[in-house]
Write a new protein. Structure first.
Length: 422
C-alpha cells in the first residue's frame, strides 16, 4: 500500500497559508488536511468490464529473457500498489482535456473529481494538462472553476489550444491571464520531492509566427530551462507539464499544431541534459507513452469524450526508484480496460527491445489499450498496420515532422469525412 505524503506546495512559498496551488493560483481549501486522511474507500464506479479470458490470454506471460515492462490489465484499479519493495514517495493524478462546455464533459470531469476525492490514500496533487474548456467562453470558464473548486487536493493546470490559445496573440494571452492571473507560465510547483514545471506549449506550436509570439515563446523557453535547472540543483525530481506532447503524431495529417522538428529536438536534448524524469501532456486524446534516453513522454487520454474516446484518469505512483501508473477508466462501455504500466528501470534501449519482441497479438492488445474507441484513429486506421505501429513505437520522434509528412506515411490518403483539429 502506498504511503500518503502530505503535499508540499512551494511554488510561491505561501503554502503555509493553507491555500491550494492551482499552477500558481491559490484557491481556498474546502477541507482540512485531517479530513483528507479520513477518506473512505472509493465509491463504486463503473469500470470497463473485466475480460472474460484470463489475463495471461490477453497479454501472454513475458518470458524471463525478455524485458518486462509490467504492462498488465487491472481488475481492481483502486487496489493496493504491488509489494515490490520500493518505497512510495507520493502518488498523484493527471487529468487531461476536460473540454468543459463540450456536450456533457463537465459531468465526467465532476465524476473524476469525486473519484479523486475519495481515493484513499488521497493523491498528493493533481495536474490537468490543458484544454480545460472547449471554447474558453465565460460560462465554460465559470463552470470549470466551479467544478475545480470541489477538488480537495492541490492542482496545477496549464492552458491548451482550446483555452483561447489557438493563436496565442497578446490579446488572447490576456484572456488567460485575466481568468487565471496567478497561473503564469512557466511556473514551478513543488510537491515533496517532485517538481512540476508548467508551460504553455501553445507558444511553441501555434501557426502564428509573429514577432510578438516568437519573443514570448523564447522568453518562456529560457525561463523554463532556468526553472528546471534550479529545481534539479535543489535535488528535485522534475516533470514538465504541457499540453501538446513533443512527440510527432503518426497520423498522416497535422492535427492542430505540432512541434517543429528543430524545436522538438532542442527540447528533447534540454530535458535529457537536465535529467527531467517525464513530460506529462495531453492534446491528442489518445493514450501514449514513450521514452527518449531516460525521459518519459507520457500522454494521457482525455476526460472529454470528444472523438468518442472513453474517459479515464491516470494515477501515478512515484517511488524511490522510479515511476509507474494506472490508467483508470470511468465508465463501463467500449472495450477499454484499466491497466497498470510499470516504468521502473525502463529506458529507450530496453523499451525498443520490448517492442521488437512483441507478437502481433500483443501489439494488437497494446493498440487497443491506446486507441480503441477513438474515432480519429478508427478513421485513419480502420485496420491495424503492424509494421507501421511497431516502427512508430520504436522511433516515435523520427516521424511526422511539421511541414512534410514522413516518407513512410505520405502515401496514405485522408479518409472521407470532415477533418477536425483536436
Ligand atoms: Fe483536447
Ligand atoms: Fe488540444
Amino acid at each position: 500500500m502506498s504511503s500518503f505524503i502530505k503535499p508540499v506546495v512551494a511554488s510561491i512559498g505561501v503554502a503555509s497559508l493553507g491555500l491550494v496551488a492551482l499552477g500558481g493560483l491559490f484557491i481556498e481549501q474546502s477541507s482540512a488536511p485531517e479530513e483528507a486522511q479520513a477518506t473512505v474507500a472509493p465509491e463504486p464506479i463503473e469500470i470497463a468490464a473485466a475480460p472474460s479470458a484470463a489475463p495471461s490470454e490477453i497479454l501472454p506471460e513475458v518470458e524471463p529473457s525478455r524485458p518486462n515492462l509490467g504492462f498488465r490489465p487491472l481488475t481492481d484499479p483502486f487496489g493496493p500498489w504491488p509489494l515490490d519493495g520500493r518505497k512510495t514517495e507520493l502518488t498523484f493524478v493527471q487529468l487531461s482535456d476536460t473540454h468543459v462546455g463540450h456536450d456533457k464533459d463537465h459531468e465526467t470531469f465532476e465524476r473524476a473529481i469525486n473519484v479523486i476525492n475519495r481515493m484513499n490514500p488521497r493523491p498528493a496533487f493533481v495536474v490537468i494538462s490543458g484544454d480545460l474548456t472547449d471554447h474558453f467562453s465565460p460560462p465554460q470558464i465559470k463552470l470549470f472553476k466551479k467544478l475545480l473548486a470541489k477538488l480537495k487536493v492541490p492542482v496545477n493546470i496549464v492552458p491548451g489550444n482550446h483555452d483561447g490559445m489557438f493563436s496565442p496573440t497578446q490579446k488572447r494571452r490576456s484572456w488567460w491571464s485575466r481568468e487565471f492571473p496567478e497561473v503564469k507560465t512557466p511556473y514551478r510547483a513543488d510537491h515533496g520531492p517532485v517538481t512540476i514545471i508548467g508551460v504553455d506549449s501553445q507558444l511553441w506550436n501555434a501557426r502564428n509566427r509573429s514577432r510578438d509570439v516568437a519573443q514570448v515563446a523564447s522568453q518562456q523557453w529560457a525561463q523554463m530551462e532556468a526553472l528546471i535547472s534550479q529545481a534539479r540543483a535543489d535535488g528535485q525530481r522534475v516533470m514538465v507539464l504541457n499540453h501538446i506532447p513533443a512527440v510527432p503524431t503518426f497520423y498522416p495529417a497535422r492535427l492542430a499544431q505540432s512541434w517543429t522538428t528543430p524545436r522538438m529536438h532542442a527540447y528533447l536534448d534540454m530535458l535529457d541534459r537536465h535529467g527531467v524524469e517525464a513530460e506529462l501532456s495531453g492534446h491528442v486524446h489518445r493514450d501514449e507513452a514513450y521514452v527518449h534516453n531516460k525521459t518519459f513522454f507520457l500522454t494521457a487520454p482525455p476526460i472529454s469524450q470528444k472523438y468518442t474516446r472513453n474517459a479515464s484518469l491516470r494515477h501515478f505512483r512515484v517511488t524511490d526508484q522510479g515511476l509507474m501508473y494506472r490508467q483508470i477508466y470511468l465508465y463501463r462501455h467500449g472495450e477499454h480496460l484499466s491497466y497498470e504500466f510499470d516504468l521502473h528501470g525502463v529506458d529507450e534501449a530496453n523499451f525498443a527491445a520490448w517492442i521488437d519482441t512483441m507478437s502481433q497479438r500483443e501489439l494488437a492488445r497494446l493498440w487497443s489499450y491506446r486507441y480503441a474507441g477513438d474515432s480519429m484513429t478508427e478513421r485513419w486506421f480502420p485496420k491495424l498496420d503492424f509494421a507501421m505501429f511497431r516502427s512508430y513505437l520504436k522511433e516515435p520522434f523520427e516521424h511526422q515532422p511539421i511541414g512534410k509528412v514522413s516518407q513512410r506515411f505520405k502515401r496514405r490518403r485522408a479518409p472521407r469525412g470532415r477533418r477536425r483539429g483536436l
